[in-house]
Design a binder for this molecule. Sequence first.
Ligand code: GDP
Length: 669
Amino acid sequence: MNVTEIARQLNVSAKELLEKLPELGIDIGKKAIKVDPAQAERIVQKWAEYQRKLRAQEHLKEREEIMAHQDETAVEEAGEIELPPLVAVRDLASKMQMPVTELIKILMKNGILASQNERIDFETASIMAEDLGFKVKKEQATAEGAGEEDLERIKNIMEAGREHKAVPRSPVIVVMGHVDHGKTRLLDAIRKTNVMEGEAGGITQHIGAYQIERNGRRISFIDTPGHEAFTVMRSRGAKVADIAILVVAVDDGVQPQTKEAVDIIQAAKIPLVVALNKIDKPDANVEKTKKDLSDIGLLPEEWGGKTVMQEISAKQGINIDKLLDMVLLVADLEKDRITANPDGPAIGTIIESHVDKGEGPVATVLVQNGTLRVGDCLGVHGANYGRVRALRDWRGEDMAAVPPGTPVKILGFKAAPAVGDIMEVSINPSELETKKVKANRRIIDEMTGTKRIPIEGEVKAQFNFVIRGDVLGSIEAILGTIEKVDVPGLAIDVIAKGLGNITEGDVLAAEATGAVIYGFNVKALAAVEELAREKKVEIKYFKIIYELFDDIEGRLNAIVKPEIVITKLGRVRVAAIFRHEAKYMIVGGPVIEGAAEANAKVNIWRGEELIGEADITELQSGKQKVNDVMLGQECGLKLAGKTKIEVGDILEIFKEESKTKEIKLSVKN
Ligand code: GDP
């Protein structure tokens, strides 16, 4: 990429840019003409930071001048507030009883660009609050996430649920310790021991948590770096983690964050297992590290204490299995606590959250009680945050229902919730109407033998945009045309609209919702464009309405999944199981309705319950391979899938065909 082009985008002269870059830590030489894309991105980022700093300095100077002229007593009045170590912008605004947009503006003036869900640290928050005349006190370590009442209520729900029915669930483990002691490396090493991953052969997705299987038992690991793990640990309501692994590098011993981690773990009243890491290093000193640990109250078992310790090397993969066995042992001791009630709507804690370019806001939640399902209505802080469009495990595989103790990535949030927030599935009365429609539709489908996916009302694809125009007429014309797009499973939301140039508020709103910004005959100031680049928000300018429609059409067609039409073929009752392997089964039985066809799929029903799906990879009649078997005849089926089929199950045989319909904006037709 040409340096002159970058300079033009950044609104400076190439000369000025090249002169400034070394100061910003980028040395490409004063005569550079071209840079590679990675360098270009760094330049844009560093420049944005620099501009922000300049603006913040200016603002600070202005403020100092104002303060110097102000009567000090006037500032005292606003009152006292308590702030936690990290506070969501939205929560800070409510503590100061001011509109969140107002606070975002004030933050922006101070060079801090944060959306309402983002968290800012205590120092920044207290400067803002003190500026506005508040006296600030630091809240004790417990407070993060939802408000007290919320938590109390949720705790009660969980306890009531457990009293009603408590079944064992996977234990949830958090890894903590001083920086560079090997937390990330250990989490990687544990992930590699995973049999479940091997089976799927898929690509690991970093969703902030993962599960492994050891000795036939599942263990969930929270896999968030740095202070996010702390945040999650501290989320109250229901404790997120059941057991902590404290990583201590034996070449470095106990360090400040080791102590901090121990304090947090003890405050949360959860057991810990110490991983004495880096035993492969020449300067490893296990004895000294144990002594350090004893000094902070963690006495190893062999010295007469109670703390479980295991020497490991995360780098060389030594003793990882032993460490996991220790964890399971501790989990066994805690088994009365590691339970949940899988019935009822789900409750969980957000452990990772971000806005994805293609998928919009996504978050990983650890389900702690109840079962989370596709289609569930998502509530955070009592507000409607959307509806579950898809659930994916850390291997990227789709899940239909998620039991307690399991982390899952959720698609379908309208806005990204904050880490540590509590998510609740709400049963919203206004939805009863849609449920009725769906039920009716199912009956019609049953009658015709056809089922359509997506079922009407279920959003499979979402397109969000912001529109700014020069005259009201053109905005209305654009919105009018887009409103007419009516494709099942596709939702289009206008996040913001208005007259005049694109603003910083538009960019922040677009960032929070994964929206694209359209400017029709309007512009954006350089600072706004800079912010958009930094937040990776796309702004597109148009002067001709059809070109704008072309752009929207392109995007809609790209996100709309083909409609899948399902045709039912028949039913087989399972009368015998011939073979049962991990990935397939061979079963046999009579065709009791329609016909069985090779290469079709089956839904497996046990009584009223749909328990799984499988693919027919071979169909036999007698000893012969055949393409179909008619009503009343016996057949043998080889089924690829993981569901354990039993005698008496009903196999519902169906075919899937996908159909894509191209979306055209009607004004052009
Ligand atoms: P974190 O900050 O606690 O997540 O630490 P990391 O996992 O990033 O590890 C910090 C550094 O220590 C990296 O360079 C790792 O490769 C290294 N490291 C981690 N575990 C071991 C180990 O068992 N042996 C050795 N020799 N190095 C390790």
